[in-house]
Ligand binder design. Sequence first.
Ligand code: NAP
Length: 281
Amino acid sequence: MAHARLMSGNELAKQTVDDAANRAAVFERETGRCPCLATVLIGDDPASETYVRMKQNRCRQAGIESRSVRLPATTTTGEAVECITTLSGDSGVDGILVQHPVPPQVDERAVFEAIAPSKDVDGVTMYSFAAMAFGEPGFVSCTPGGIMRLLDAYDVELAGTHAVVIGRSPILGKPVGMLLLAQHATVTYCHSRTVDLPSVLREADLVVAAVGTPEFVRGDWLKPGAVVVDAGYNPGNIGDVHFAEAAETASLLTPVPGGIGPMTIAVLLSQTVEAAGRHRS
Ligand code: NAP
């Protein structure tokens, strides 16, 4: 029997998107144009096409214009950088999202760095990362941003707690650990070289799983009453946490699907509307 209370990303994402839609409507009334997100897809990876289409649909539903830019699979780094530089200078574009992954011949970092920080609504540039690390204003990577909003909505006390983040990717594990640190959690990062991960996890008041392996975190690795955030999203809608087992031990738990996934897009829309407002002033 499950004991954990679920943290519903669906519910909070809906509120976040509704709020973004209201702000987009005000922006349109006052400026005569909608906030605009440019999505850049390089190549023809079917999964990436689906993700981009989903983001574009959600934009339209929220009254955000979606400008679709498609570049061929043969695009060079120089061509991609030129395209992003043009969008960065286009006053009709408020946010830029480059869909990951890019084809192997393209230097993804160089492409990301061509995004103007004021339009980096997906939080992928080094500028945005540094701003987050220094606690300065800027856009956060969307999944970590969504996790923090969800924890806040469920009044999870972070100060003084021991948070363990499994994963250290630049878009997810690393930034979420830094955001937790900024909220005064004591943060431990775990990764593929961590020795005896279960014993580290058993000390954790809060666990963020960002591993990319289905049902990786087992129930008996968790401290009773822990708060568990499952950021994983594996084929078949399976998270990085063994849901049924974790539900026996955790006090709060995010489901997959319906947890962190919807929050990621909601933060993207919210940050796009915020970027539009900042460009105006
Ligand atoms: P990633 O770049 O592949 O990073 C995975 C991390 O997990 C790495 O730091 C890796 O360690 C660590 N790891 C792998 N095997 C491990 C093991 N046996 N023990 C401990 N750590 C291990 O993945 P990501 O992009 O951060 O994504 C992580 C998960 O989040 C995936 O399921 C992905 O689908 C999901 N995700 C969801 C959203 C969303 O919108 N919901 C967005 C982004 C990602 P090393 O650094 O040592 O290799």
